[in-house]
Ligand binder design. Structure first.
Ligand code: ZN
Ligand code: MN
Length: 150
């Protein structure tokens, strides 16, 4: 029977509500990464963040950025977005919201439309499962790309 449900490969640590922030030593770099993510709505990759911070922290490595991002994800401060693209994107805007993904330029746009929590309850009824959240992505060509090709 097809319930029309697509299962996403969501990393385990994304789902686990992790509450102990004490496990991690405070880190200036990690605070900067969070600050940068909070200031942007472009959903950057680890690579982008690394390039952005390289000048400020000459000893910083890409591995370092990934490690800090993983901690932020574990702390629930950042969401990891994988839309089947090669690289994960990061979002410090952690209230559930929907995205539009441009299939031409890869832009990821936040959509200002309400998250439908009722759907989570509907799926719980259908499956007997406990739903934590759902993700909806809209794919197409963004306005910028459309205008460029006019
Ligand atoms: Zn585009
Ligand atoms: Mn977003």
């Amino acid at each position: 029977m097809d319930l029309g449900i697509r299962f996403f490969a969501i990393k385990e640590d994304f789902i686990m509500p992790i509450t102990d922030t004490k496990r991690y030593k405070r880190s200036k770099q990690r605070e900067r990464i969070l600050e940068i993510l909070k200031k942007t709505n472009t959903h950057p990759t680890a690579d982008w963040i690394y390039n952005h911070l390289k000048k400020e922290y000459p000893k910083l490595s890409l591995g370092n950025v990934y490690r800090n991002l993983n901690i932020l994800v574990n702390q629930g401060l950042v969401h990891e977005l994988s839309f089947g693209s090669t690289f994960d994107h990061y979002d410090a805007h952690t209230e559930e919201h929907y995205h539009f993904i441009c299939q031409s330029c890869g832009a990821i746009l936040d959509l200002e439309m309400p998250y439908i929590g009722a759907d989570d309850r509907k799926v719980e009824k259908m499956t007997g499962a406990k739903v934590h959240f759902h993700r909806t992505e809209f794919y197409g060509i963004c306005k910028k790309c459309l205008d460029k090709n006019q």
